[in-house]
Ligand binder design. Structure first.
Ligand code: NAP
Length: 295
């Protein structure tokens, strides 16, 4: 019998890759997108999961609009916090394992070196608080939950979503021809969604639970990341460094939120180098963009 996995948020960047990777590994995969499966609807969550009876539920659905969340903190909390409670309760009922994705933004960014799983959390805004609440709800109801914190996700599935990702934003701005200003005083660890999906499968197959950090493995400023993207794409827009003081956003963000993959690397293969991941992303997006232009 093939094990059953339900993937929530299956149309998102990471959801697309998880669906592909778990199906290829022989899992019977139920892809749940927002239209047919809204995780904030507790009754629907309970009934739909009970009908499928998965051994594993992976939650990649999230409210990811960090700045907008400051205007609508309740909306963020419903998806990132309370809805995780819905999933955790349903998993408890079915004796299924929950794999839940969280964020580097649970940290305040003052540590100055990559965060490990045991570091103290201190979220700086509504989005970050809501994601931390999701972690706590998952742990409150389940003994064996796997929480994977990641950072700056980019994957070809981003082309299909309204939000896109940082690479798509940079390519759009470059096409616009204007000077591009990107912060150099904020550091993260951009993460390639297909690589994260593969490592998620490996963690599940190794029977892991608890909190794991799975960032891209390289701490880099958003400015230097933009430079890598333009170099890989063969573009030469005017790129200027800016900083938090000049470039104000509605939400406060941690200045240094790169994640240490040391614990992850004890179980799975290291993430591919960022340069390589960007090149893979650009190659993977070509068929999509060619199709868009042709229609
Ligand atoms: N993206 C990042 O840079 C980043 C950084 C750190 C951590 N993470 C975490 O990594 C995980 C995956 O992120 P991602 O980049 O794949 O996000 P994404 O591309 O924005 O995908 C999230 C998906 O969740 C869906 N969704 C939103 N509300 C929902 C609801 N109430 N019920 C069901 N589905 C809902 C969205 O649908 P709609 O498109 O219709 O809204 C979207 O398909 C998330 O937990 C996220 O918080 C992401």
């Amino acid at each position: 019998m093939h094990p059953k996995v339900a993937i929530c948020g299956a149309a998102g960047q990471l959801g697309v890759e998880l669906s592909r990777v778990f199906a290829a590994a022989g899992y019977q995969t139920l892809r749940l997108t927002r239209t047919e499966f809204d995780i904030t609807n507790a009754t629907a969550v309970e009934h739909q999961l009970a009908r499928f009876e998965p051994e594993l539920v992976i939650n990649t659905a999230a409210y990811n609009m960090v700045d907008v969340a400051e205007q609508e903190p309740l909306a963020a909390y419903q998806v990132n916090g309370l809805a995780v409670r819905n999933l955790a309760l349903a998993c408890r009922q079915l004796d299924a394992q929950l794999v839940h994705f969280s964020t580097d933004y649970v940290f305040d960014g003052t540590k100055g070196s990559p965060y490990v799983e045991t570091d103290a959390v201190r979220p700086l805004g509504a989005y970050a608080v809501s994601k931390l609440a999701g972690e706590l709800y998952a742990q409150a109801y389940l003994d064996k939950v796997l929480i994977i914190r990641t950072s700056g996700v980019f994957g070809p599935g981003g082309l299909l979503t309204a939000r896109g990702n940082f690479i798509e934003l940079m390519l759009r701005l470059a096409a616009g021809g204007q000077t591009i200003r990107v912060v150099e005083d904020h550091i993260a660890s951009p993460t390639y969604a297909p690589a994260l999906a593969e490592r998620t499968l490996a963690l599940v197959q190794a029977g892991m639970s608890g909190i794991y950090h799975a960032g891209g493995g390289q701490a880099i400023s958003w400015h230097d990341y933009a430079r890598l993207i333009f170099d890989a794409a063969g573009l030469q827009p005017e790129l200027r460094a800016t900083d938090e003081r000049e470039y104000r956003t509605a939400a406060r963000r941690p200045r240094f939120s790169a994640l240490s993959n040391a614990k992850l690397n004890q179980v799975v293969a290291p993430m591919p180098p960022l340069k390589e991941a960007i090149a893979q992303y650009l190659a993977a997006r070509q068929p999509h963009t060619a199709k868009t232009t042709a229609t």
